[in-house]
Design a protein around this ligand. Structure first.
Ligand code: FES
Length: 282
């Protein structure tokens, strides 16, 4: 069983954006880019914990909440998929672009509660972006965690995010295995083909002393949760994030409720045991 940490860690007034700049843009897939952001002074805008989010604003276009996929001493990275007006506009900007940034928002992955456990990270599509913040944390604190397995799937080989991590950096880490699948291969793909939930069952992970961190499209989360249950994982061993539901992030807009819970105030990180008590609409 794992406990989710729910203490608010906003360092400043969460309604006041800082003026920041996008200093680097990396193409991950045809519709996902990673934006490296620093303050105008070249420092890290704030110090998030794994699983937290930041609110981007583009003057004249709008605002949007995005997961922080990585951080370093002086930067935050956001991997953003092109899905609407704000993200379309973001995909057109060039390094040097000024943005507003607020945060961090949301609770965090249970990095403390998972210490001493084996970790099974499962991501689908852009859902790897939030999970990656915990994966990186676990590698930075490698001795605190047991075996690490990472399962990741995308629609096609071209849609795989963070390819350097998947095929180079992470497989080289101690006591770590990375398992990649695609729904549909192409002529150059020699890896696994199939959906993530079936792949998870095929890999037949042991639930003993293991915590699962799961994020992807809702349908993938639903079927992965069923697969994990069949394999003997209890609901309180499986943690997910409903980060896509975060809108205003501060309990004001009323767009994130599931039953009595506000995803932005009570989450976005929940165990499957917590979600089992809510109406089945996530
Ligand atoms: S995101 Fe606005 S109320 Fe929760």
């Amino acid at each position: 069983m794992v406990e989710i940490e729910r203490e608010c860690s906003c360092e400043k007034n969460p309604l006041v954006p800082q003026v920041c700049q996008i200093v680097e843009i990396t193409d991950e897939t045809p519709d996902i880019k990673t934006f490296k952001v620093k303050t105008m002074e070249g420092t890290k805008p704030f110090a998030p914990k794994p699983g937290q989010l930041g609110m981007f604003s583009l003057i004249g276009i709008g605002e949007g909440m995005f997961s922080i996929t990585a951080q370093g001493e002086d930067y935050l990275d956001f991997a953003i998929k092109k899905i609407g007006m704000l993200t379309d506009a973001l995909h057109e900007v060039k390094p040097g672009k000024q943005i507003g940034l607020r945060g961090p928002y949301g609770n965090t992955f249970p990095t403390e509660g998972c210490k001493g456990k084996n970790m099974l990270f499962i991501g689908g599509g852009i859902g790897l972006a939030p999970v990656r913040s915990f994966i990186r944390y676990a590698f930075e604190n490698r001795k605190d965690y047991g075996k690490i397995d990472i399962v990741y799937g995308s629609r096609t080989p071209a849609d795989l995010c963070f390819k350097d991590d998947l095929f180079k950096n992470w497989p080289a880490m101690p006591d770590t295995e990375v398992h990649v699948t695609v729904d549909k291969g192409d002529e150059n793909w020699n890896g696994h083909v199939g959906f993530v939930p079936a792949f998870v069952e095929e890999l037949n992970f042991s639930p003993a002393d293991t915590i699962v961190v799961l994020c992807g499209p809702p349908i993938m989360i639903k079927y992965c949760a069923q697969s994990l249950k069949k394999m003997g994982f209890a609901d309180d061993q499986v943690v997910t994030t409903l980060e896509m539901r975060m809108k205003c992030g501060i309990g004001k807009c009323g767009r994130c409720n599931i039953g009595s819970k506000y995803v932005c105030l009570d989450g976005p990180v929940f165990t499957m045991a917590e979600l089992a008590d809510l109406p089945a609409e996530y």
